[in-house]
Design a protein around this ligand. Structure first.
Ligand code: F6R
Length: 251
């Protein structure tokens, strides 16, 4: 595991975008695994900028998203499909048939089969990741096992409360989602993991500091990944003592 400490969130986001762009410079038809939420917003801003300036080309990419809320129409402003179109897809010339996100209003079982088929047939060249306050990755919430494939998950109250900031009320936050399993995430060839904010300290300490891997803090499984780069700003890094196996680089 490699840890890069930057001066700011914007610097972390720009670096993450640069790492993803590099994958596409080497392989224009690469498959990228994508995340939603507040953390990747500036990553997508820098990817769009690189595309517009001709410094990167994502138009031949295939993309697969980690998760989607069950019950939200792709046109709903809080759906992850809407988020991805607004922040990335509408600006990089990616073909609609190369975009894989579970559809929140289709039969979840059918969507799970469709998403798992893509994962079985394609290898993710790079996965962009962040983490929830409780350590979830994708919507793999703390639990007893690491799920392998896409599955339906019941969102914890902590996740619903945390995500309610984007909805008009807590009641509107869906109770279930479809998420890629930890197995799918771990099979990505490269992981670019970005985190910021003191509310992520509990999760980031568990991931970066000495300690065991546990499904109670799902992000800890990244300790086992062979090519995972974690990018955090110094505000967060200051409070973390990385385990001895973590290679630390300061920007
Ligand atoms: C979303 C996802 C989640 C988020 C996490 C952090 O696709 O996979 O694991 O990365 O909930 O969300 P933010 O960035 O909003 O703090």
């Amino acid at each position: 595991m490699k840890l890069i400490v930057t001066h700011s969130y914007e610097e972390s986001a720009a670096l993450s975008a640069q790492m993803i762009s590099q994958v596409f410079l080497e392989k224009p038809e690469a498959v990228m695994g994508l995340a939603t939420g507040t953390t990747p917003v500036s990553v997508y801003k820098y990817m769009v900028k690189a595309q517009k300036e001709g410094k990167a080309d994502f138009s031949r990419a295939q993309s697969i998203n980690l998760d989607e809320y069950i019950g939200l129409d792709p046109e709903n402003v809080n759906s992850y499909m809407y988020f991805m179109r607004e922040h990335l897809f509408n600006h990089i010339g990616i073909l609609p048939e190369n975009i894989y996100i579970p559809n929140g209003i289709m039969n979840p079982d059918t969507e799970i089969v469709r998403m798992n088929r893509f994962l079985d047939e394609n290898s993710l060249d790079v996965q962009l990741l962040s983490v929830g306050t409780n350590g979830h990755i994708g919507f793999n919430e703390p639990g007893e096992v690491f799920y392998d494939k896409y599955h339906v998950v019941e969102l914890t109250e902590e996740t619903r409360r945390s995500n309610s900031r984007l909805f008009s009320s807590l009641d509107e936050v869906p109770r279930e989602a479809i998420t890629m399993g930890a197995g799918g995430i771990m099979r990505a060839q490269k992981i670019v993991f970005l985190a910021t904010g003191s509310e992520k300290l509990y999760a980031m300490k568990a991931i970066l500091e000495e300690g065991n891997v546990t499904p109670q803090i799902p992000g800890t499984i990244l300790k086992f990944h062979r090519d995972c780069t974690i990018i955090i700003d110094e505000m967060l890094a200051r409070q973390i003592t990385p385990a001895s196996g973590v290679e630390v680089v300061h920007c």
